[in-house]
Design a binder for this molecule. Structure first.
Ligand code: MRU
Length: 347
């Protein structure tokens, strides 16, 4: 299984996902600014991976502090947290992880600086390790709803690359494959940044899980041909009522799945469930650079000045979701009941 990130000797090493699959290169982050930049430019991406990277970003921030005064240290750490939080607005795991690190800072506030640094490092490592375990649990529960023979459509990349390991949507697929079920996958290419083509296809192929790549616009036809048994996607933020923000195009897939009576599943850990928000209307949708649409890589695909709208995510209403697969089990509607006490409440 590919390793998205590793932490050693106070350096965060990230597999640079913006270069995959053409180049498999590692990126070393020595400062919190390096981590913020890697998140912003999507060298590390996927909700749980962003959260874990930001947690290590907090450790690097604390290590980078050069002052003597402890009061200044805490205001410096506020600045580090704000810098990391300002990178991407939609995936709640980012805020969840930074809040956990802030709580750790509060808890050890009275300790000498070096023991505080150790506590922060331990907390970030726990966030990272815990995410791997959450994904294994998601896989375990999700496998129960996957038939012995199934073709599964997925969108974007909710795999090992998007998490600390194993993946959420791809974790379910991986668990079913490991259980020796006959699983094959259709992967949407996922315009504009092609996470499906570049990452999901690469990740599945490297593990021998059969995958067929399609463009996003082919999903309806592929469903109509009867090729898809179920859809499983990840999530960036799930509101208390079960509305799900995920990669742009997820909503279109849910509409198509409903029309073709294909079950539509979302797989995510509790750290993606934002119980502070009543519904998906309140989720902030990130808008990204217009050049991501005008170009593919460095090649211009549209008139240079054409107006563009580039939301990175959309919200799928809970009514279109068959069930949400979490680390605690498979939760069906009504989601406001099932998700209660099974998520996180922001401060
Ligand atoms: O813009 P990205 O690549 O960070 O978007 C990722 C997704 O939408 C994933 O489906 C989601 O974060 C879940 S990853 C387990």
């Amino acid at each position: 299984m590919v390793e998205t990130m590793s932490w050693k000797n106070n350096v965060l090493r990230l597999l640079d996902q913006s270069k995959l699959p053409a180049e498999v290169v590692e990126l070393s982050c020595n400062t919190y600014q390096d981590v913020a930049d890697a998140i912003k430019t999507m060298k590390v991406r996927g909700a749980p991976a962003i959260g874990a990277a930001a947690a290590f970003g907090m450790v690097l921030g604390a290590n980078n502090y050069t002052g003597e005064n402890k009061d200044n240290f805490f205001s410096f750490m506020d600045h580090v947290a704000e810098t990391l939080k300002s990178t991407r607005p939609t995936a709640v795991n980012l805020f969840w992880a930074i809040e956990r690190m802030e709580n750790c800072l509060l808890q050890y506030k009275k300790n000498p600086l070096n023991s505080l640094l150790k506590a922060l490092e331990k907390e970030a490592t726990e966030i990272f390790q815990e995410d791997k375990e959450l994904n294994l649990s998601i896989g375990y529960h999700g496998n129960k709803i996957v038939p012995y023979k199934a073709t599964i459509l997925t969108h974007c990349n909710a795999g090992s690359l998007a998490t600390a390991g194993y993946g959420t949507a791809l974790g379910v697929i991986r668990a079913a494959h490991e259980a020796e079920k006959h699983i094959s996958v259709y992967a949407d290419e996922t315009r504009p940044l092609l996470q499906g083509a570049r990452l999901t296809a690469w990740e599945l192929m490297s593990e021998g899980i059969p995958v067929t790549l399609i463009t996003d616009s082919m999903a309806g036809y592929v469903m109509k041909l009867g090729k898809i048994d179920m859809v499983i996607v990840g999530a960036d933020r799930i509101a208390a009522n079960g509305d799900v923000a995920n990669k742009i195009g997820t909503y279109s897939l849910a509409v198509l799945a409903k029309e073709h009576k294909i079950p539509f599943y979302v797989a995510a850990p509790y750290s993606t469930i934002d119980l502070t928000l009543m519904d998906g209307e309140q989720i902030v949708i990130e808008e990204r650079s217009h050049d991501e649409i005008r170009r593919v890589g460095t090649i211009m695909m549209a008139p240079e000045k054409v107006p563009v709208f580039n939301p990175a995510f959309d919200v799928t209403p809970n009514s279109m979701i068959t069930a949400i697969i979490t680390d605690k089990g498979v939760i069906g509607p009504p989601f406001n009941v099932g998700l209660k006490n099974n998520g996180y409440k922001r401060r």
